[in-house]
Design a protein around this ligand. Structure first.
Ligand SMILES: Nc1ncnc2c1ncn2[C@@H]1O[C@H](COP(=O)(O)OP(=O)(O)OP(=O)(O)O)[C@@H](O)[C@H]1O
Ligand SMILES: C[C@@](O)(CCOP(=O)(O)O)CC(=O)O
Length: 189
C-alpha cells in the first residue's frame, strides 16, 4: 500500500460531543481542502459494518441517534478486528490521503496513536479536544454504560502526553485563538 508523506498529521481525540469533527472542519476551512484532509478511523469501520448488517452508512457517519443505536455493537465488532490487526482501520483510513496536512479526527486507542507514530515518525501532533460535561450534554451527549466507560471513550484518558489541548466549550473567539496558535506551530514545508 502506498500513501504520500504528509508534513503534519493532527491526531485528534476527545470525548463524545466534545467537538472533534467541528474543530477539524474549522481547521480544514482555515487551511483549505487543497492543503488539509480529514480522515476518520471510524469511516472504514462503519462502511464494513453497514455492509455486513444492511445498515445506512451515511446515517452511521452522521451525529444522530441512528449511529448511537448501533454504537455498542460497532465498538465490539471494531475491537474484534483490532485484536486481529491493530492497524487495520488506520491503513484503510490513510490509503487515499494525499494532502500535506491530515487530521485524523477520531483517535480512540493507544494503538491508533502508536500506528501513526511508527508509520510517520516526527510528523504526528496529538491534539485533545475538550468540553465540559454540561456543554456536551447540551450537544446531545448522555452517559451510556458500555460506551462512556469503555476503551472506545477512555482509551486515551491516560498514558499519552498531548501536544495541544483545545478547550471547545462554545466560546468562538477563545477557540479561534487556540487554533491560531496550533496552526502557526505546524511545519510550513
Ligand atoms: N464550538 C462549537 N460551537 C457550536 N457548536 C459546536 C461546537 N463544537 C461542537 N458543536 C456542535 O456539537 C455537536 C457535536 O460536535 P461534534 O460532532 O464535532 O463532536 P464529536 O466530538 O465529533 O462527537 P462524536 O464523538 O460523537 O462524533 C455538533 O452538532 C457540532 O456542530
Ligand atoms: C465504533 C466507533 O468507531 C464509532 C465512532 O463513531 P463517532 O466517531 O462517534 O462518529 C467507535 C470505536 O471505534 O470504538
Amino acid at each position: 500500500m502506498t500513501h504520500t508523506q504528509p508534513r503534519a498529521i493532527l491526531l485528534f481525540s476527545g470525548k463524545r460531543k466534545s467537538g472533534k469533527d467541528y474543530v477539524a472542519d474549522l481547521i480544514q476551512h482555515r487551511l483549505t481542502a487543497e492543503v488539509c484532509c480529514i480522515l476518520r478511523l471510524s469511516a472504514p469501520l462503519k462502511l464494513q459494518y453497514a455492509q455486513d448488517h444492511d445498515l445506512d452508512y451515511e446515517q452511521l457517519l452522521g451525529c444522530g441517534q441512528y449511529k448511537e443505536r448501533h454504537r455498542v455493537e460497532m465498538i465490539r465488532w471494531g475491537e474484534m478486528r483490532r485484536r486481529q490487526d491493530s492497524g487495520f482501520f488506520c491503513r484503510l483510513a490513510v490509503q487515499h490521503a494525499t494532502r500535506p496536512v491530515w487530521i485524523v479526527s477520531d483517535c480512540r486507542r493507544r494503538s491508533d496513536v502508536q500506528w501513526f507514530r511508527q508509520e510517520f515518525p516526527g510528523r504526528c501532533v496529538c491534539v485533545r479536544v475538550e468540553a465540559s460535561e454540561q456543554t456536551r450534554s447540551q450537544r446531545g451527549w448522555r452517559f451510556t454504560t458500555g460506551v462512556d466507560d469503555a476503551e472506545s471513550e477512555c482509551g486515551l484518558d491516560e498514558g499519552l502526553q498531548f501536544d495541544w489541548i483545545l478547550q471547545n466549550d462554545g466560546e468562538h473567539e477563545r477557540l479561534e485563538k487556540q487554533l491560531e496558535e496550533l496552526l502557526s506551530s505546524l511545519p510550513r514545508t
